[in-house]
Structures are given as C-alpha cells and as structure tokens.
Design a protein around this ligand. Structure first.
Ligand SMILES: Nc1ncnc2c1ncn2[C@@H]1O[C@H](COP(=O)(O)OP(=O)(O)OP(=O)(O)O)[C@@H](O)[C@H]1O
Length: 680
C-alpha cells in the first residue's frame, strides 16, 4: 500500500466492533452483508488471493475484498460495472426489518481513500485488453482468453469484471464506427423520396380518416417522416418510441425509401430477440406492406422481407457454446439489418452481433427505451437512446429541415444539441394505439414520467367510471375465479388448437414476482385447482398453456416460447407451438398441424404453466386484457417504474390491477438504473 494513506484515513478503513477480517464461511458473510450470493463470496475470495494484494495492509485488503463482493453483486443485478461513487462512504449490505438491524454491512471509506487503495492494485491498462478497434478477431480471442491476468479492470472511475469491460469497449467502438458510415444518397434524391412517401395531404396514409385536425397537423412536425429522413443516409439509427407509436410502420417506410434510393436490390434482415417478438415483427411489417399496396410501387415493397428471425437464428447457434457460427471470419452478408425490441438485448449478445455485421451494412434499431432492460447484463438501448433527446447537431438540423421541407415554425420543434449530440436517434412520441382519451396510455405516460400520484389518480378515477380500467379487490379469490371462467376455461374447451391460441392471446395474468402469494407459481397453482378441481405438480392436461424456460436449439425452442398441451388426432397429449418456431428450424413431422409444430412432452426442455407469467417474460408480447398483480408489500426490490410501465403497456384494450396505493407509489418512484459507460 502506498504511503499516501495517512493514519486518519487508515482509521476510517477500520470499523469498530468488527471481529473478523474476512469471512471463513459463506454463512458468516451472509450474516453480515444482506443479499450476498455465494458467487459474490467465492469471486471475492478467488480474486483477493489472485491479486498481488500482499502489499496491502489487512484493513486495505478487507476493503478490496468487499469491493469485489460489491462488484459481483452489482453484475448480478445487471450492471456492467460498479461506479466507485455508489459505494464510497456507504454502509454496504446494511439491512433492517421493522427498524431492527438484521445485517450490519461493511463501511466503505470515502472515494479519495478508495482511489488511493486502488492505485496500488496492479490493474491492466485498458490498452492491454485486446480491444482497440471494432470488428477485430482479437476481441473474440480476448473474450475467451481471460486467464492469466487480473480479471478486474478499473476505468472511468468504475470497477469492471474484465470480460464486461471488453464487451462494453468493443460495442462502443463498433457503434461509433457505424455512426461514421454514410450511405451517400444525395440530399435532393432523399427529399424527393421522403416527400413521395409522406405527402403533405396525407393521401398515402391508409387510416387517414382517423386524422382529425389537418391545420394543426400541418404545423406539427411529422416525427415519422423525420425519423425516415434521419435514418436513410446513416450507418446507425435508432428509432425509439413507446407502444403503438408507429416504429414498425415507420421502418417499413424507411425500407421503402432505401429500396427507392438504392441502385441495386437490397438484402435486408429483420431480427428480434425472441421467437414471439420475431413473430410480431413479421405480422406488423406484413400489415404495413399490405396497407401501402397501391400507393407505393410493388417493386419497392417486394424488396421488404415478410419474415423476421430471432437473433440467435441469425447468428447461428452452436449447441452448448456461447459463441455463434457467425464470427469475424464468417460475417453476415446484408445491406440492412433491422433489430426490433432492442431493450431486451443484453450487452454480450449485442457485442457479438456487431462483431459480425459487415462495415457496409446499415443498422436500424427499434425499441422502447423506457421498458425494462434485458434480463441479463447491461441496458444497451437505454444507454444509446438517452431521454429526453440530447439534440441534433447544426449540420443535421439543416439537413433534416431541407429533407423534410420543414417550415421555420416546425424546424424550431426539433431538439438542438447543447453538450452532447444524438444525431443517430429519432424518437416517436405519439401513440396510435392509445388515443388522448385512452386511460391505459395516460397511466403508462404518467408512470414513466415518475408521476406516482397522477398515475394512481388515473387508475382510481377511471376504475369507477370506465370499463377499460379495473382496480381489483385485494383478496385474490374475489376476482380470480371469474377471470378463470371467462378466459381460461374457454381455452380448455376450444374446438381446435388455433382457437385455443387465439383465446390465450386474449388475456394474461402478469406478476412482478415468481414467488410469494402474489407470484406466478402460487397463482398458476390456484388457477389449475380452479380448472381441474385440484393441483398436482407436473400433471399435464388438455389445454394447459406452458412456457419454455431454457433454449433448446435442436428443437428450435427458446426461453419464453409459449405452447399449449393439446390432444392430437391419436388422443395423445402433445405440446403445440405456433409456427415461428417452425421457421426457426428444428423438428418437423408428417403429422404436423399446418402452422404449428408438435413435440412430445418428454422431449421438451424445462417448462412451466403460463396462465400467469412474470412481467419480465412478457416483453415483446401483448394481450387484449391484462390483469397485473403487484406484491402486497412496498419493500419488494423487484418493484420498479419500468416493471410497472412494461406491465401496463402489454394491455391493448383492458387493464385490471391488483395493487394497493403505497405499493404503486413505491414502484413508480423506483427508477431502474443500470451502471455502464456505453453512451456514444
Ligand atoms: N402515420 C400513420 N398513419 C396511420 N396509421 C399509422 C401510422 N403510424 C402507425 N399507424 C398504425 O398504428 C398501429 C401501430 O403502429 P406500429 O405497429 O408500427 O407501432 P409500433 O410502435 O411498432 O408498436 P409496438 O410497440 O406494438 O411494436 C398500426 O396499426 C399502424 O398501422
């Protein structure tokens, strides 16, 4: 340890009433640090030993040891790194129950002292970590070859696990490189094409009858038109917006614009993170293309693919390996890649994807940055689609004003960059699904703005005056039975599997948690008891909806895929899955029902009933009616603004809520924050 820490500082590294300097067993650590997991304990033990920490004093070693625990816990929570400022001077792992301290935690010294301590740890310099330029094969090797040197990096005032640092750095380089790609279409050609796709009189809009005030519309910026103009010439664009803001509609026009501008026929890939999201993207693109037939030339529309695929399919999964068939020596070959539901894509997957995107390829990302981040590491979309918009550069503002032929009044509405520039980002704000009167839309908007009181008022007022919002009675049995009879009994009684799937898409119970009385497991058991008279674990029955819990590449089934157990023509219970999965390869058989694939239950990977499912797992799906069940206690860590927003916006027409007022306030107040340094 350097001599820079004076005695006073050393004093503050020491904590009074502390017997042990390290924990001999995990149980000792768990008794002191709340929410510690075994992996945190073992990671800290391994790394403290591996670090050349011999030069540290016992107290300094102890601080280092707890920093490693905090880093591991932070990564478990989905953060890419651990910013020092989030632990400096804090009592880490302190917890209490009813004002009685249950875990005393560990007291970290202040940031200056932490810096002095970290200065004596032999971290590798960032330049030694093998990531210095985008799309290099070294990055793949570096990802695998993590042994030998210290597995922790200290950069940007943050501690990183080395692999995560490499992912972030590599992706950032790749994104920045993409922002430097321009397609070279001339401004005059772009203006003509954009104008033809968005004529002022709106003749091209299929739903024009629903547009009310033309005079106002002429004054408002058409943000969809702006998004097309902003994306058409750029290597990287992000079109972000809430549900029903027309992201898919806009990207279909963007593809039409590219097809009109390009001299040659474009190779376009449509991808999404899950099978369900890929299926929805296919349907939305097909609907948009059908709507444009007759107004956009067929040869232009014919270039747009009608089928989307999953990211895993695009990259080519190798069973039981983290790496994909596609690699830097075997890259993709597309001119344009559209990635939907980007909020669900984690940092490692996005990095691996960018590693195989060729330099000439345009990338367009679509998503709702207000939704929950990926279940795994990072929050790529939220990091690169910063809200509110950071603003456009002067050059981009001039270009957009010309390309979209904006009046000076309209040009003033565009966001102007102050410190940072976000030329790659287009935001769509007007929901076409939730009109101004729509209570669901109002609740969603107030929630994401953090207006707990306002959003609760929308719920309580509307639940007495409108039938699209219902506040459910606090005792679950008072409402569960009627929903089971109305929505789930008919699934069991459907005439065929197509009808069963249709009926399942009408309604879903969404929970914040898996466990506990308000969790998925208990509610599924209760529903099965109501339907079958009793609950028997693992007992399959005709009409049981199931969700797959792990990827099975051989069968073409992915974590989150939904199927229904159904009697086939031979009277055997088999699992049916809708046909996106079929297009993903895997199994086919002579006895397939068209549009479905069937798999015998004994071959299925791990699955569970899905009458109720977690809000996390519903990303990329929507239902006519959603009943959202939140925990009864406000101290639940899973309860966040993004979770509530994601749950609310899964409902297309009706939303029923089982939730009390304090829980709602606490949830709307708790904004998800994921630590990273990915901004571009
Ligand atoms: N400018 C427009 N004029 C008429 N209809 C539109 C326009 N923009 C979008 N729509 C319609 O609004 C609906 C929602 O659009 P779209 O599916 O593109 O939204 P999205 O943002 O992709 O939704 P999601 O969040 O569900 O993915 C569609 O029916 C679409 O046809």
């Amino acid at each position: 340890m350097s001599a820079e820490i004076d005695n006073n500082q050393k004093q503050s590294c020491q904590r009074p009433n502390r017997q042990t300097k390290s924990y001999r067993k995990f149980s000792e650590a768990a008794a002191r640090i709340s929410d510690i997991a075994p992996i945190d304990y073992f990671f800290a033990n391994e790394l403290t030993t591996a670090t050349a920490a011999n030069e540290l004093t016992a107290d300094e070693k102890e601080v280092w040891y707890h920093l490693l625990i905090a880093l591991s816990a932070s990564v478990r929570d989905g953060h890419t790194c651990l910013p020092l400022m989030h632990v400096a001077g804090q009592q880490f792992g302190l917890a209490s129950d009813d004002n009685v301290i249950t875990h005393h935690g560990f007291s970290f010294p202040n940031e200056k002292q932490l810096h002095t301590l970290l200065a004596s740890i032999p971290f590798l310099a960032a330049s030694e970590l093998g990531v210095t330029q985008p799309n290099i094969s070294n990055a793949e090797k570096a990802e695998v070859n993590v042994g030998g040197t210290l597995a922790v990096v200290f950069e940007h005032n943050c501690l990183y696990m080395r692999r995560n640092y490499q992912f972030e750095k590599e992706l950032k380089l790749a994104l920045v490189a993409k922002t430097q790609l321009t397609l070279g279409y001339t401004p005059a050609a772009i203006t003509d094409v954009v104008d033809s796709l968005f004529p002022e009189n709106g003749a091209i809009e299929p739903n024009q009858a629903t547009c009310a005030n033309h005079a106002n519309q002429a004054r408002e910026v058409d943000w969809q038109k702006l998004a097309v103009a902003n994306s058409v010439n750029k290597g990287l664009s992000i079109i972000a917006g809430g549900p029903g803001t027309g992201k898919t509609y806009t990207v279909t026009k963007l593809l039409a614009a590219l097809s009109m501008l390009s001299q040659s026929r474009l190779d376009i890939a449509l991808v999404a993170p899950t099978g369900k999201a890929a299926q929805r993207l296919s349907e939305s693109i097909q609907n948009a293309v059908t709507g444009f037939r007759g107004v956009i030339a067929d040869n232009v529309l014919d270039v747009i693919p009608s089928k989307a695929q999953t990211l895993h399919r695009l990259l080519g999964v190798i069973p039981n390996q983290v790496n994909f068939r596609k690699g830097s020596d075997n890259p993709l070959d597309y001119d344009v890649i559209i990635i939907d539901e980007v909020s669900m894509v984690d940092l490692p997957l996005m990095t691996r994807l960018f590693r195989v995107i060729p330099a000439k390829c345009q990338v367009v990302m679509l998503g709702d940055a207000d939704q929950l981040p990926s279940v795994a590491l990072g929050s790529v979309l939220a990091d690169i689609a910063v809200r509110p918009h950071l603003g456009y550069s002067k050059a981009n503002l001039n270009y957009l004003a010309k390309a979209c032929q904006l009046s000076s009044e309209q040009a003033k509405q565009l966001p102007k960059a102050k410190k940072q520039v976000a030329d790659h980002l287009s935001m769509l704000l007007k929901s076409r699904r939730f009109d101004g009167e729509g209570a669901i839309g109002n609740i969603a908007m107030a929630t994401i703005a953090g207006e707990a009181l306002q959003s609760w008022q929308y719920i309580s007022v509307n639940s007495t005056s409108r039938d699209d919002i219902t506040l459910l009675p606090p005792v679950m049995t008072q409402w569960l039975n009627q929903y089971v009879k109305r929505y789930y009994q008919p699934v069991l009684e459907a005439e065929n599997i197509t009808q069963a799937f249709e009926r399942m898409s009408q309604f879903r119970i969404l929970c914040a948690t898996r466990v506990g009385n308000e969790g998925v497991e208990v509610i599924n058991q209760q529903i099965i008891s109501l339907l079958k008279g009793s609950y028997q674990q693992d007992k399959l029955f005709h009409g049981l909806p199931i969700m797959i819990n792990e990827n099975h590449y051989g069968l073409g089934l992915y974590n989150g895929d939904i199927g229904i157990i159904w009697k086939n023509a031979q009277g055997h219970l088999v699992a049916y899955f809708e046909d996106t999965a079929v297009s993903e390869g895997g199994v086919s058989s002579k006895n397939q029902t068209p549009g479905f694939k069937t798999i015998i239950p004994s071959r299925l990977p791990s699955f569970e009933p899905v009458f109720a499912m977690t809000i996390h797992k519903t990303q990329g799906s929507e239902f006519e009616h959603v009943a959202m069940v939140l925990p009864s206690k406000a101290d639940n860590q899973l309860l966040t603004r993004e979770l509530i927003y994601t749950g609310v916006t899964r409902a297309k027409k009706k939303l029923s809520l089982s939730c009390n007022e304090p829980v709602w306030y606490r949830g709307v107040d708790a904004k998800v924050e994921r630590y990273s340094n990915l901004s571009i």
